[in-house]
Design a protein around this ligand. Structure first.
Ligand code: ADP
Length: 421
């Protein structure tokens, strides 16, 4: 075990794990801090927390518990993963968690670098850009929980940290690994413990990763991770692996569950229905009337499931969702639909489904919980940020968990076809 990662949310964890697998590391993602010791052979583990917007002291406690487990699992280097838009408030949680992890690891200096040029997140002179605009002019300024109204990450991080925050400017990053290391030394001499690092290209990320090879802790988005496997290879710790993304062959039936109402998912459901594949709609009003919608959907699917995958969807257009929410309440409607879809997932597994595509971040969370899943081995990528995964144990289930706006229009059929390719 080489790299132990702590991610502040579930889809962010998958994004990071996906990057690690693609650069040749066998990676496991756990849901929360596992109770049991690590089981299986992996080069990296990503512990997925839900700590982005909880109280800072609670985020610190959970992150330290994750660190302890990762240390016990034998990791050599640690990675704190947050969002590429640096989602946080003046109370945290990026600063407090980073400092607590540094203290626990006796780290002198750690970088802070959410840059991910592939997704148009770049940092110049400490200012984070989302596409062509500064963070503070992007949609993130209106985020309900973590509104980002300052693009200057040195200021943003300083406001939530006890330690001194400094900057490794692009002039040093572009000059390469040695210049970055020299800048770390200069900053440390000035008493800086957290260093925001500029990055505009993937080449910058590789240079930054190389310069951090001996850092006990890296704090970053998922971008910097693309350079870490090379560090381990250079140190002779990681062989070239052609099979980092390998998943077990799993025979069985297939299904799709969709509880996301985002634009991309609406298109994906429409594509499935238009291509004449079997689909069963879940009506929130039926659930509210007290009907056992999950049981009847499963019964309806029973005859067709054997001949091909079935889609179960609550996905609806924005105006329909609004009318449901107006009558049932936003949280109530969401919880009701999630509960029904999670019961459908459980019923499908009992009926022999072993390949399941789930659309929706919260929906995926509900399904994973209903199926008592504690960890997933990360497999091959389907679309950017969305890999196939497999549960551990004697009877694995293959899962593709897609949050809101990810995936091409033919995502559902394409992901299932990829398993037989
Ligand atoms: P996304 O990743 O697109 O945000 P989520 O699953 O995280 O998707 O969130 C979608 C939420 O909407 C879930 O809580 C789900 O239960 C709820 N939902 C799904 N279908 C409907 C519907 N027809 N009306 C109201 N709420 C719905």
């Amino acid at each position: 075990m080489l790299l132990g990662c702590i991610a502040d949310d579930f889809t962010g964890a998958t994004d990071l794990a996906n990057n690690l697998v693609r650069s040749g590391m066998r990676t496991l993602q756990t849901i929360g801090v596992p109770a049991a010791p690590l089981d299986g052979e992996f080069d990296a583990v990503v512990v997925a927390l839900k700590s982005r917007t909880i109280a800072a002291n609670e985020a610190v406690a959970q992150s330290l518990a994750a660190l302890e487990w990762l240390k016990r699992s034998g990791c050599r280097q640690f990675y704190f993963k947050y969002c590429s838009t640096f989602d946080s408030t003046p109370q945290g949680n990026i600063g407090p968690v980073a400092e607590a992890l540094m203290d626990a690891l006796d780290a002198k200096i750690a970088i802070a670098c959410p840059a991910f040029p592939t997704n148009a997140r770049t940092i110049y002179l400490g200012n984070l850009f989302v596409g062509e605009v500064p963070l503070s002019e992007s949609g993130m300024r209106h985020h309900p929980l973590t509104p980002m109204t300052d693009a200057n990450l040195v200021r943003v991080l300083q406001a939530q940290s006890r330690s001194k925050v400094g900057l490794v400017a692009w002039s040093a990053v572009a000059a390469g690994e040695a210049a970055i290391r020299a800048r770390f030394a200069a900053l440390a001499a000035e008493g800086v413990r957290l260093a925001v690092v500029d990055a505009i290209t993937d080449a910058d990320l590789h240079a930054i990763a190389a310069a951090c090879a001996e850092h006990p802790l890296i704090t970053a988005g998922s971008g910097v991770a693309i350079g870490l496997p090379q560090n381990f290879r250079s140190a002779g710790l990681l062989p070239q692996r052609a099979d980092a993304a390998a998943l077990p062959q799993v025979p069985g039936l297939a299904a799709v569950i969709s509880g996301s109402c985002s634009q991309a998912t609406n298109g994906q459901v429409a594509h499935w229905v238009e291509s004449g594949r079997p689909a069963i709609r879940i009506d929130p009003f039926e659930i509210a009337r007290g009907n056992d919608v999950a049981a009847s959907a499963l019964q309806q699917a029973a005859s067709v499931l054997a001949s091909g995958p079935v889609l179960f969807y609550a996905t609806a257009a924005p105006e329909d969702v609004k009318s449901v929410q107006a009558k049932l309440g936003v949280a109530e409607a969401g919880a009701m639909v999630e509960e029904a879809l999670a019961r459908i997932a459980r019923g499908l597994i009992e009926r022999g489904v072993t390949r399941l595509v789930v659309a929706g971040g919260e929906t995926a969370g509900a399904v994973v919980q209903a199926l008592d899943i504690v960890a997933l081995k990360i497999g091959p990528q389907i679309d950017p940020g969305v890999p196939w995964t497999a549960t551990q144990g004697a009877h694995p289930i293959l899962l593709a968990l897609k949050s809101g706006n990810f995936g091409s229009r033919d995502f559902f059929a394409k992901s299932l076809a990829q398993l037989d390719a």
